[in-house]
Structures are given as C-alpha cells and as structure tokens.
Design a protein around this ligand. Structure first.
Ligand code: SF4
Ligand code: SF4
Length: 485
C-alpha cells in the first residue's frame, strides 16, 4: 500500500514510496481453504497439458490444446474451429456472468482464492517464508546490514522464484504446442524462436507480478476492484470487522471486575500483519481488500488466546451488521434477491443458449459458389457448362465421403474439374478428417436444356457414412433465348 505524503511546503503529493508488506503466516479455516484451492489450481494448470486424448490418427492427442498453426481449439472431445468463435464468446460471457453472480453473493471470493495473481503470489510467499522465515525475521533481516546470511537467502529465494516462474511460463506454452514435443525441442535447441521468446516473456511476467508487484497488481493494475462495487450490495457476504463488538479497542485485561471499558478488540494488529495487501479491516470496506479471510483466521487465534468469543472478524452482510450494531434482531442472510435472481436468469439463458448451440453445432459445413468468369461456356456438343466451387468443412476426426447430385429442371451432369471420369449424374468427393476442402465442379446442361438466363438449381450432398443430407441452392446461368428469362 502506498502512503500519500505531505512535503514540508504543504502541497499534497499524489506519489509516495511503496510501503512493503510483510504478511505473517496464519492458520485457520480460510487459510486451509486457500491451500486446498491453491493445490487444486496449480495441479490443474501444470498437469492438464500432459493429459492425452485419442482423436484418431493424424490428429493431436493433447486433451486441451489451442493450436494456432491449424486454428483449432481442442478441448477433450470437442474441437472448436474459427467458425465456432460465437461459442467461445458465449463461454466467456458465461464465465463473466458467473463471476458477477458469485461476487454479488460472496464478495471478492474470486480475488481472494482463485485468481491466478493470488494463487501464484501465495506460492511465491510460501517459498519466501521457507527461505527467509516469517514476518518478523524477514523485516529484521531487510532492515539490517548486508550479511552472508542475508545474501544467500535472497539469492536462494530469487533462484527458486525464477524456477517456479520458468515452470509456469513453460507450462503456458504447452497449451499452444504439443507438450512432450515442445519440451524435447526446447531442451535440444530445436524449438522455434517464438517458443523461446514467449517462455522468456511469461517467465519474466510471473516473476515480476507474483514476486515483486504482488498486492500492487490487485490495488493498482487490476480493473476488477473498480467495477465490482456495482455487483455488491448490503446483502453481499463479505469479510467484516464487527466494530460494535470490538470497539473501543484496547490492550487492557478482560477478566477483571468491574468489566473493562474495552470492546473485544485488543488492538494487537494480528489482522493487519497477516493481510496480503497490508490493510486494516477495522477501517471498513476497502478497495484493497481481496476478501481472502486471513484476518478472520488471525483474529480467531487471538480470540482463542484471550478466551473471548470467536468471529470478531467474520463473513457477514453490511445489513446484518448494521442491525446488530443497533441491537436489533437480524434476518438470516438473503441469498435470493432481485440482483442475484437477475444474474441467475441471465446465467440460465446463457447456459441454455450455449448448450443448444453446442448440441446443434454442425460438424459438416458446405458452401457453393458460382464462378463468375466466365459465367458459362458452350461446349462443342452444344451443351452449356457452369463451374462452381464447393467448399466443404469436415470437423469430424474421420474422413467424410459425399455423394453430390443436382436437383434441376433441366438434365445436367456433374464432373470434378481435372477428373478423367466422364460427366455423370452423381460424383463422389472425399474430405479428409479435420480439414477444409475446396473443389471445383462443372455442371453441364444438355443442349436446349436451359431456356432461361438464370435457372435455380439445388446441390444435394449426402454424407455416405451417416447419411446426412445437406442442400445448397445455386443458379445455373444460361445463354437466354427469346422468350426466356
Ligand atoms: S486481530 Fe482481532 S483483536 Fe487483534 S487487532 Fe485485529 S480485530 Fe483486534
Ligand atoms: S483485510 Fe482481511 S480479507 Fe481483506 S485482504 Fe486483508 S486479510 Fe484478506
């Protein structure tokens, strides 16, 4: 946290030196939950690229892969194509509305427990604590003179940080390139410059953000705290200090007669010392508070030690706390309220739309385009030839063979351009798995078959494996005759 300083001249400076935060270790319910989520999130992040998924020969067998070279996003059994960008956008909207709902119910639970910045900062702090000791030891050493002890501990800490950052940066690359291959290529010097460059970039980013910037990212860089207040209301469950119970704070003895004029807060600052953003929860709701609940654990430790009731700092709503402060009977926490119902409704609609979109997503796409130059050609036997480009997208992981015919008022025959086969009523086109094919096709109308300048026709493409029929309308351009169109 930065402090705004007033220089001797009296002008208020908007800039101040960063006040280093030295969070102390703490144990308790919030801390345990944070450890559990940290292990889960890191395990998923580091292990996922190594999970294999059989998609058949010729296809990548990595379960989650964003393959930029082929423009595919593989997610277990689903392959997303660039044409599926709507579904990916829908997924992001879903995640955003879900976050709005969670925030309106439980405050900044995402920030405090699952945000990558929080998870990696926690991991870096753990390394720091192992090597440099807890809060007091670190503060003493940092304030003291340079010594061998100080130098080797700093060197060791930054080396481990860099190792973790490299592992993290490298892990990110594995979501874009096949993991076993890129690891082999990386260490044998055969990886691309892009792989080395991005590994370096993500290593540096992790090291700086989680090792150095820490709470500054949450307080100054992240936009989320700025607009999350729009999702909070007085019924949101947040970490709150029960001032009505704790004040007036003071350090005197509690078990004396007559009872001391103090509240339950012994002003020990334990809640401040464990806070990863260095704030004092007793000052009320603050932008810097990421809702991690470590101050709850710290204060519960103190309450236990001083034989006072637990939960002086607790998760509660502002509405309930206002009632308790007035000595009123307070209502239970309201999870169902207009705001959360709206978010739930939007979430439900988004889930339904995504589900329908996914279920109805066609794995075969066909487009037919008439060639413009020339519009038609008259062949030596008097028949008219039009040319078309059939663009066939096969999103399956197996080859698909189409039988192509044409529904038209005139008699017409098809031929694949460049084929030695004679024009026929039906042609067969094979589209390899997971590919896009563009095929030039001729349609020859028998002499005298086309009176009009423009005849409507329909291409019929039947998938010979699953018997799926796809129809596409097109036009046949004729020479036109008097009385024709
Ligand atoms: S930890 Fe509890 S008792 Fe200590 S200062 Fe914070 S609120 Fe008061
Ligand atoms: S005030 Fe408490 S809940 Fe907020 S960031 Fe600090 S320790 Fe976490």
């Amino acid at each position: 946290m930065n402090e705004y300083v007033t220089p001797p001249g009296g002008e208020v400076s908007l800039y101040g030196d960063r006040v280093r935060v030295y969070p102390r270790a703490v144990q308790g319910i919030a801390r345990n939950f944070k450890w559990a989520l940290l292990i889960f999130c890191l395990a998923v992040y580091y292990i996922l690229p190594w999970v294999r998924w059989n998609r058949g020969p010729g296809n990548p067998n990595q379960a989650v892969l964003l393959d930029i070279s082929t423009e595919r996003f593989y997610f277990f059994g689903i392959t997303f194509w660039p044409q599926d960008i709507v579904l990916l956008t829908g997924g992001l909207i879903l995640a955003a509305v879900g976050l709005f709902l969670i925030t309106s119910l439980f405050g900044r639970i995402w920030c405090g427990y699952a945000c990558p910045q929080t998870v990696w900062t926690d991991l870096f702090m753990l390394v720091e604590r192992w090597i440099e000791g807890d809060r007091n030891a670190r503060m003493r050493r940092d304030a003291g003179p340079t010594s061998l002890d100080k130098v080797w501990r700093k060197l060791a800490k930054h080396s481990v940080w860099l190792g973790v950052a490299f592992w993290t940066g490298g892990g990110w690359i594995m979501y874009y390139v096949d993991a076993p291959t890129v690891v082999g290529d990386f260490w044998t010097g055969q990886a691309s410059y892009g792989v080395y460059g991005f590994t370096f970039l993500f290593t540096a980013t992790t090291y700086v953000l989680a090792g150095w910037a820490r709470e500054q990212v949450c307080t100054y860089m992240c936009p989320w705290p700025r607009f999350q207040s729009a999702m909070l209301d007085e019924q949101t469950l947040i970490v709150t200090y029960q001032g009505w119970r704790g004040e007036p704070r003071g350090r005197g003895k509690r078990d004396v007669v007559p009872a001391p004029a103090f509240g339950d807060c012994i002003d020990c600052h334990a809640c401040v010392h464990v806070c990863p953003t260095g704030i004092d929860i007793r000052d009320g709701v603050q932008l810097e508070c990421i809702g991690c609940g470590l101050c709850v654990d710290a204060c519960n430790e103190i309450m236990t030690r001083t034989s006072q009731p637990l939960w002086l700092i607790k998760w509660d709503t502002l509405a309930r706390q206002a009632g308790l402060a007035k000595g009123e009977l307070v209502e239970p926490i309201k999870l169902i309220r207009p705001r959360t119902l709206i978010y739930l409704a939007v979430l439900g609609i988004a889930v339904a739309a995504m589900g329908i979109g996914l279920a109805m997503r066609s794995l075969l796409e066909v487009s037919v385009q008439h060639e413009r130059a020339p519009l038609f050609v008259r062949l030596h036997d008097g028949s008219l030839r039009n040319a078309y480009t059939l663009k066939l997208v096969n999103k399956y992981t197996h080859d698909v063979s189409f039988t192509v015919t044409v529904e038209a008022a005139m008699r017409a025959k098809l031929q694949v351009a460049g084929s030695t086969d004679a024009p026929a009523d039906a042609i067969t086109i094979l589209v390899p798995a997971d590919s896009v094919g563009a095929y030039r096709v001729f349609l020859d109308a028998a002499p005298g078959g086309v009176e009009a300048k423009n005849a409507e026709i329909t291409f019929l493409l039947r998938d010979t494996t699953d018997n799926i029929l796809i129809k596409r309308s097109a036009n046949f351009i004729g020479a036109g005759k008097p009385g024709g169109g």
